[in-house]
Design a protein around this ligand. Structure first.
Ligand code: AMP
Ligand code: GLY
Length: 416
């Protein structure tokens, strides 16, 4: 089967590496891809948001499956356009991607579906936002309604901070939400219609520094599994979150197909959904995909064409860790052009997934905020973490930033 992967991050590199290893994989293409993806796929210079360009490319290449990584393309209707052109596509159409593209819509769907989420109010004007803050009591999270590339959420301690958050995010619809405490987990499932097959649960690490200090980022690392989330618990969560949401979408005439990612807070009062993404997570994918013990291409294709069955996915026991190496200045002003060394040596120990890298005169340099992810599986999360940190010590670039506590975030798993 000839396949096109859309995107250029570590997530897409992890997907490309797994798909390239499938016995069913014919020619593998990526758009736009990156220098790491280029080792396993032919890269084409078409941007991930260029819907017409991607449809034309998929058509010209006569691929049998397109796997869409980033949300921008999905929200813009790429999957609809590809399906309209008769090309099997992994990823929801614009109507399903609205779960990620509008936090107000996601809230409304969750309320209709009876899915537990933080109490929230939608505000169109600043006055409404301030009233919502007064109603919810100051300790709130202020969120831009639309896609904001990880920059649209401000977690506040009190009313003063919340009011300044409203000023920062002014000029767009906002969702004001009660701030919840607990353990945050990412629960991804492959979905088609009302079928939802859980992927291994993972924990992302959003803040830049250890112990969740510093500014929020797109994600500094992930580990899988997570303490307390055994297979039965995961299945129960998917049955009470993903499936009712899929059913509610279906009731509204929307057939969802792709990856539905629930960002959950496990609170003292039970799980609450913080957000939905309608795609694989980054960097969760770099940790989760290596744990899947069946042919990824087969399950992605089954999801795309609607033959996915409700069943447990085979998963390697043990655990995995993926640690992001970020550029100097990330997240505010990542510096490009720093030479990266040691990747080949590190690759002797672990999987190295490229994200913000570029080749300049034959040398690998930084070219984005999150530069690489170093990922390994092992008999336990701790073992995987040791491998990852040994491997990443071989990689250098000026100003390299990473978190040293990614493995510890799995919590204490039985037998570790
Ligand atoms: P989101 O894009 O909605 O997941 O928000 C980004 C990050 O903000 C999440 O990963 C959480 O760490 C934090 N966050 C979002 N909503 C809440 C909430 N209601 N309570 C506490 N933290 C939150
Ligand atoms: N890991 C967070 C995200 O993919 O949005």
């Amino acid at each position: 089967m000839d396949v096109l992967i859309v995107g250029s991050g570590g997530r897409e590199h992890a997907l490309a590496a797994a798909i390239a290893g499938s016995p069913l994989c014919g020619a593998l293409h990526a758009a736009p891809g990156n220098p790491g993806i280029a080792a396993v796929a032919r890269c084409h210079p078409v941007a991930a948001a260029d819907v017409d360009g991607l449809v034309a490319l998929a058509h010209d290449l006569a691929v049998e499956l397109v796997v869409v990584g980033p949300e921008v393309a999905l929200v813009a209707g790429l999957a609809d356009a590809l399906r309209h052109a008769g090309i099997a596509t992994f990823g929801p159409g614009a109507a399903g991607a609205r779960l990620e593209g509008s936090k107000a819509f996601a809230k409304e769907v969750m309320l209709s579906a009876g899915v537990p989420t933080a109490r929230g109010l939608t505000a169109i004007t600043a006055e409404e936002a301030l009233a919502a803050i007064a109603t919810l009591g100051g300790r709130v999270v202020v969120k831009a309604d639309g896609l904001a590339a990880g920059k649209g959420v401000i977690v506040c301690d009190d009313t003063t901070q919340a009011e300044s958050a409203v000023a920062t995010l002014a000029g767009q619809p906002l969702v004001i939400e009660e701030r919840l405490d607990g353990v945050e987990v990412s629960l991804l499932a492959l979905c088609h219609g009302e079928v939802a097959v859980a992927l291994p649960p993972a924990r992302d690490a959003k803040p830049l520094f250890d112990d969740d200090q510093g500014p929020n980022t797109g994600g500094m690392g992930a580990c899988s599994p997570v303490a307390g989330l055994d297979a039965a618990t995961v299945d129960a969560l998917v049955a009470s979150i993903h499936v009712p949401v899929l059913r509610e979408l279906a009731r509204r005439g929307v057939s969802f197909s792709g990856c539905l990612y629930a960002g959950l807070m496990l609170t003292a009062d039970g799980p609450r959904v913080l957000e939905f993404n309608t795609r694989f997570g980054d960097p969760e994918t770099q940790a989760v995909v290596p744990r899947i013990a069946e042919d990824l291409l087969t399950v992605l294709h089954a999801t795309a064409v609607g033959t996915l069955e409700q069943r447990p996915l085979a998963v390697h026991p043990g655990g995995s860790v993926a640690v992001v190496l970020a550029a100097a200045g990330y997240p505010d002003t990542p510096r490009a052009g720093d030479e990266i060394t040691g990747v080949a040596d590190a690759a002797d120990l672990a999987d190295i997934y490229h994200a913000g890298t570029a080749l300049r005169n034959g040398r690998l340099v930084t070219a984005g905020g999150r530069v690489l992810a170093v990922s390994a599986v092992g008999p336990s999360v701790d073992d995987a973490g040791r491998t990852v940190y040994e491997a990443l010590a071989r990689i250098t670039f000026t100003g390299m930033q990473w978190r040293s506590d990614i493995a510890a975030r799995a919590g204490t798993l039985p037998g570790q």
